[in-house]
Design a binder for this molecule. Structure first.
Ligand code: ATP
Ligand code: MG
Length: 283
């Protein structure tokens, strides 16, 4: 039987926090209005058990931050949400992950369609070796989202506007995407993700290669995108997690240790391991 994800009487340590040895999740892992639900998710790389029985919801119109020391499984967990782990040989995922009530691991699911519905933005901006226009147009084209050239032009413009990049690139749409600055490339990748009309956007350390100005632009953008999408963001910056997210999940060695409102996680965490991390005693 999987362990309960809610702890009724967690072991307390001296400081009144849940004891370091207690690895059951503390905090509210469910959402009143979930877009995605994850229940008892385990991930194995061959023999290695990388994610242990993690349950959480991603709410509509929320940004959920995933934090924790290097190697704790943040990227592994994020990749479960659009089946990117399927591409890693020897990787096995168990448990149930649903979007709008549909199990994304069901045999009948079209994985290409799923990855449009649950888009991903990576740490290093990775534009295609194509023009700025074609970077954004590629997805809608292969998914057959538009019929005419003028519909495509509208969709490219709208996506670039939503990504906050239109004004900077409108006069150079035919130039290569790789010729943009790092921060512009990351916004181009966000525009490319938005263009296929996703419901959820996964971001794995999207600002770690960017300077503070480009980072601030992306963070503002994340806040705007929340009006339309659900966003799960992995970040090593606790300042960034507190600026952009409404809920935060703290992972430690493959366990989801604590989850709750971001302000509570950073001001009064319930678990000693969370406290250790946010006060710089770990990682
Ligand atoms: N392709 C893989 N094959 C085998 N083990 C892997 C693979 N990818 C990750 N792991 C292992 O799974 C665990 C979790 O890794 P993961 O990359 O998810 O951590 P992370 O929290 O994203 O770390 P970081 O903050 O450094 O990016 C680690 O022990 C890692 O070595
Ligand atoms: Mg990672």
């Amino acid at each position: 039987m999987p362990e309960e994800t809610q702890v009724s009487s967690p072991a307390q340590c001296k400081q009144g926090k849940v004891d370091r040895e207690d690895r059951r999740t503390v905090g509210e892992s469910t959402s009143e209005n979930p877009r995605m639900t994850c229940r008892n998710v385990n991930v194995y790389y061959g023999e290695k058990h990388a994610i242990h029985d993690v349950s959480l919801d991603i709410g509509r119109n929320e940004v959920i931050a995933m934090i924790g020391p290097s190697g704790c499984g943040k990227s592994t967990f994020l990749r479960c949400l659009n089946r990117m782990n399927d591409t890693i040989e020897g990787c096995r995922v168990t448990g149930e992950i649903s979007i709008d009530g549909e199990n994304i691991y069901h045999n009948s699911v079209d994985v290409v369609g799923l990855r449009a519905q649950v888009g991903m933005v990576f740490q290093k901006p990775n534009p295609f070796p194509k023009s700025i226009f074609d970077n954004v147009a590629y997805g809608p084209k292969i998914h057959g989202l538009v019929e005419t050239r003028s519909e495509m032009e509208d969709l490219v413009e709208t996506s670039l506007r939503k990504a906050g990049l239109w004004e900077e690139v409108k006069d150079r749409l035919q130039q290569p995407g790789t010729g943009l600055s790092g921060g512009q490339q990351q916004r181009l990748c966000i525009a490319r993700t938005i263009a296929v009309n996703p419901e959820v956007i996964l971001m794995d350390e999207p600002c770690s290669a960017l300077d503070p100005i480009a980072t601030a632009i992306i963070e503002d953008l994340i806040d705007e995108l929340r009006q339309q999408f659900s966003i799960a963001i992995v970040t090593h910056s606790m300042q960034q997690a507190s600026r952009v997210s409404q809920r935060t999940a703290y992972f430690h060695l493959g366990d989801l240790i604590e989850i709750g409102p971001t302000t509570q996680i950073f001001t009064s965490p319930l678990h000693q391991l969370t406290e250790d991390y946010i006060t710089g005693r770990f990682g």
